[in-house]
Design a binder for this molecule. Structure first.
Ligand code: C5P
Ligand code: C5P
Ligand code: ZN
Length: 467
């Protein structure tokens, strides 16, 4: 592991160990949940009392509450965008992978800050919030067991933030964590079909619901999915369809090669054809056929809790509840899936508007602000126009939520959505940040048109620099 990261983790751990009680504040998505769970397990093993709070984003109000409580606080998967606003007078540890505003770097001595961007490591692909928490947990674990076994949760966090997407596998620090997890027997990895649901879905549903990549002539079509599998020689087992994990190696091979052939015939881009096979991550201690066995299904299960205000349910699952809270999480998952399907349908029906350098849709109150970013990302994957980043608007309690998603090709051309959203949101009295490829903001309700004009121009400037 990168030495400066380790040294920073050591100093974070030293601050934490001074206290018998701390508070964890984390982000309401799969990465934030797994980050908090890793921290919570590590603190428990070190005998440090703690409580955990989840927030949509870190704003001044949240930081004021932290200051009022006057308890040492560990921020996971958030904090780096608000360094200059951190409350004075209490010990603060930040383990985050979001972009840092350069102006904020010289912060208070009471703030210990671990972030890959500080050491030239890309926080959007090489290390997640959960990974940052894992590195601190390793330092905490020096004299309370190694905490190395928490690597499976760190992988779920990275996969939840789509960090394996660019290369079809985890890279950089994430890969080191993966190997550590494999060495202690908690995680396995192999090349396999990338489609979602290999552990829990009947195999034809894998095809029918595939959105990443979208399978022309198959996605959204139940009978076409069943026919396709019949042609591959996959049939009923008794009354029941098999899941992907029930197929033999030969059967899997046959389906994969037929799928590749199908996609070539349908003139699908080679980018998307390549994405049919990726590295996949299996949590070795979890029961086969459950969501928790597959990192990607696990992450979606967690998103289905925290993004709907039930982070405590997701956290309980991460900590090990396989009874009541898991049942609750599965109920929430049914609802989450329905919302994603409806969200995608909304975008298809309402359409996407193109400006000069960006494209956008406005979901109003039809898509929840906490999942509009996921819908935007899925829409960009499947849209014909991958030459422009996509922006989405949704109403939220605190104003107008903006979510933005780009592509690796656009990043290579100079796009940085976190910089653009931070700057343009600030100009309309809003707040934003995130990563180069995925970022968000909250702006005042009436500021949409002005914001669109600003952001279209700024993205144009970013892309022009390297043109
Ligand atoms: O707040 P956080 O860092 O956890 O969120 C990262 C977001 O970036 C996730 O919603 C993830 O889906 C998105 N992302 C993306 N494409 C990538 C990498 C991340 O859409 N290649
Ligand atoms: O909400 P959404 O999934 O679109 O967020 C994308 C990325 O932008 C996440 O990493 C999130 O933490 C970040 N974000 C932010 N400030 C906001 C909203 C989102 O840094 N106000
Ligand atoms: Zn994250």
């Amino acid at each position: 592991m990168n030495q400066p990261l380790k040294d920073t983790a050591d100093s974070c751990a030293a601050v934490i160990k001074k206290h018998s009680e701390v508070r964890i504040v984390s982000h309401i998505d799969a990465d934030g949940l797994t980050a908090a769970a890793i921290m919570s397990r590590a603190l428990e093993r070190s005998g440090i009392e703690h409580s955990t709070t989840f927030v949509k984003q870190l704003d001044r109000g949240t930081l004021e509450r932290v200051a009022d409580l006057n308890v040492p606080t560990v921020f996971t998967d958030l904090g780096s965008g608000m360094l200059s606003e951190m409350p004075a007078g209490i010990d603060i540890v930040i383990a985050d992978h979001h972009q840092i505003d350069q102006r904020d770097v010289g912060c208070d001595l009471q703030v210990r800050h671990l972030n890959p961007h500080l050491f030239g490591i890309d926080g959007s692909t090489e290390l997640s919030g959960a990974g940052c928490a894992y590195i601190v947990a390793q330092s905490l674990g020096r004299d309370a067991g190694t905490n190395a076994d928490l690597a499976d949760l760190a992988i779920v966090g990275a996969v939840g933030d789509l960090q394996a997407r660019r290369s079809g596998k985890l890279v950089g620090c994430n890969r080191e964590i993966l190997k550590r997890g494999r060495d202690c027997g908690v995680i396995e990895y192999k090349k396999d079909l990338s489609l979602f649901g290999k552990q829990t879905r009947q195999v034809f549903r894998l095809l029918q619901y595939s959105s990443d990549p979208y399978l022309p002539g198959i996605t959204g079509n139940e009978s076409a999915s069943i026919e396709f599998l019949k042609r591959a020689g996959i049939n009923f087992r008794g009354e029941q369809w098999k899941r992907w994990i029930d197929l033999s190696e030969d059967e899997k091979q046959k389906v994969v090669s037929m799928l590749v052939q199908h996609c070539i015939t349908k003139k699908m881009s080679s980018y998307n054809i390549h994405r049919l096979i990726t590295e996949v991550y299996v949590l070795a201690r979890e029961q086969e056929g459950t969501e928790m066995r597959d990192a990607s299904e696990y992450a979606t299960l967690l998103n289905a809790t925290a993004r709907y205000g039930f982070a405590d349910v997701g956290l309980a699952v991460c900590i090990g509840d396989r009874e009541m809270e898991l049942t609750r999480a599965r109920e929430l998952l049914v609802n989450h899936r329905k919302n994603l399907v409806n969200g995608l349908k909304f975008v298809r029906e309402e359409g996407i508007t193109e400006l000069h350098h960006i494209q956008y849709f406005d979901a109003g109150s039809s898509i929840k602000d906490t999942i509009v970013g996921i819908v935007a990302g899925m829409s960009l994957t499947n849209t014909r126009n991958r030459k422009m980043p996509i922006f989405a608007f949704a109403e939220s309690d605190d104003g107008l939520k903006v979510s933005a998603r780009g592509t690796q090709g656009l990043i290579r051309q100079g796009l940085n959505l976190a910089d653009a959203l931070k700057a343009c949101a600030a100009k309309v009295e809003g707040m934003g940040g995130g990563h180069n490829i995925a970022a968000g903001a909250t702006i005042p309700m009436g500021a949409k048109d002005e914001f669109l004009e600003l952001i279209d121009a700024m993205v144009g400037e970013q892309l022009a620099v390297k043109a």
